[in-house]
Design a protein around this ligand. Structure first.
Ligand code: FES
Length: 103
C-alpha cells in the first residue's frame, strides 16, 4: 500500500493511497492543485515541479541531468527540486512527502 502526501502551496495536504506510477500521474489522479503535467511526463515543461521533503531526499535522489537542464533556466528551484514525472513510485518511497512548488 503505497502512500504519497502532497502539500500544496496553500498548505493543504492531499494524501494518495495505493499510489502507482510516477508522482505527476498520482498528483493528477488525485486532483492535486499546482501539478499540471502539461508535457505528459516528457521532462520538458516543468509544470510538475515539486520539492522533496528533506527526510526523503536520500531515497528519491536529486534531480537528474535532464531535470537540472530545465531547472537551470528557471528561478525558484533548489536542491530539493524534482520533476514529479521523473520520480517513479516504489515500495521504498511508501509514505513520501513532497511539496508542490511553483515553476
Ligand atoms: S510533466 Fe512536463 S516535465 Fe514533468
Amino acid at each position: 500500500m503505497s502512500k504519497v502526501t502532497f502539500i500544496t502551496e496553500d498548505g493543504n495536504e492531499v494524501v494518495a493511497q495505493d499510489a502507482t506510477g510516477n508522482l505527476m500521474e498520482i498528483a493528477r489522479e488525485n486532483d492535486v492543485e499546482g501539478i499540471l503535467g502539461a508535457c505528459g511526463g516528457c521532462c520538458s515543461c516543468g509544470t510538475c515541479h515539486v520539492r522533496v521533503h528533506p527526510d526523503w531526499l536520500g531515497k528519491t535522489g536529486r534531480a537528474t541531468e535532464a531535470e537540472q537542464d530545465l531547472f537551470d533556466i528557471e528561478e525558484g528551484t533548489d536542491e530539493r527540486s524534482r520533476l514529479s514525472c521523473q520520480v517513479e513510485m516504489s515500495d521504498s518511497l511508501d509514505g513520501i512527502v513532497v511539496e508542490v512548488a511553483p515553476f
